[in-house]
Design a protein around this ligand. Sequence first.
Ligand SMILES: Nc1nc2c(ncn2[C@@H]2O[C@H](COP(=O)(O)OP(=O)(O)OP(=O)(O)O)[C@@H](O)[C@H]2O)c(=O)[nH]1
Ligand SMILES: [Mg+2]
Length: 341
Amino acid sequence: MFNFLKRNKPIEPTTPDKSIEPTTLDTPTEKKGIFKRLKQGLTKTRSVFASGIGILFLGEKMLDTDILELIETQLLTADVGVEATQQLIQSLTQKLARKELADPTAALRSLQQDMKDILRPCQIPMTITETQKPFVILVVGINGSGKTTTIGKLAKSLQTNGKTVILAAGDTFRAAAIEQLQVWGERNQIPVIAQQPGSDTAAVIYDALDSAKARGVDVLIADTAGRLHTQTNLIEELKKVKRVITKLDPSAPHETLLVLDASVGQNALNQAQQFHQAIGLTGLAITKLDGTAKGGIIFAIAKQMKLPIRYIGVGEGIDDLRPFNADEFVEALFETAENND
Ligand SMILES: Nc1nc2c(ncn2[C@@H]2O[C@H](COP(=O)(O)OP(=O)(O)OP(=O)(O)O)[C@@H](O)[C@H]2O)c(=O)[nH]1
Ligand SMILES: [Mg+2]
């Protein structure tokens, strides 16, 4: 029917047994545990915020120009970006001039509030609706940003919450990538639709959508090969994927999720801007926040992109992909070591 979909023989998907794992963590103790984990994950960035910035507010004396400059430098060092930093410093300066802040502690609280205000508009969780079935998530990003790992964590968490999931091995570029997804799918009883290495990515994802529709599956997550935002031919391939799947579902994909590695700092912002311009994104997942002191990049991304930040990755474990929460994130950044429990 679509002659551009050059088909290779599909590899039989693994058939899951229907066992569903226990539901997610929700008790207060577990929530506390999750927050502790978030803090631990953010240790390196936290050292910049809690120690580098928080410490500047500890004195009795009200903030002066010298301290404001130090705060500014620390924010820039943490990759908060020029625009977000300016906004934060300006707000502090104005409140100080208007004598609205009684002491350094109030000033720190005000800064934290302003930081939350930058992030809050981006705290829009991904909502999987019953009317869009399957809900199609197309995952894109540069090589090694954490796409496949994020897909694994996300699929598992959806499955845990009672959703049925199918994965499409759309990274047909590397044989190992297909295998990586298949092995993971088998281990977690999640079917993976794959074809031979070198097959057309759009064809694989098209077949996966066809299969997901036939099986009445809730969510289809499509992996893709890593590509730079500057690789025009590969970006064209993603556009083709988007075009092709609309033949089966005009509203798909329902989410085009860019996975960004936070440890590349400002470059993550460039990637987000260019991917968004080229293919239109609906959400971001920011990974590897645990390995970097550049976690402040999330403020630059929030300020400039205004795109929903769906998830943050703070480690390699299955529970280390967290739905993004602005207040929790800022609170974790400023928690001091003594408050670790
Ligand atoms: N520390 C840490 N490592 C992560 C995180 N997310 C992914 N990784 C690691 O990053 C590496 C690359 O992850 P992949 O998921 O294979 O990345 P990818 O984007 O699929 O890479 P390509 O398929 O080559 O484009 C792996 O070693 C992951 O374990 C995270 O949040 N924290
Ligand atoms: Mg991959």
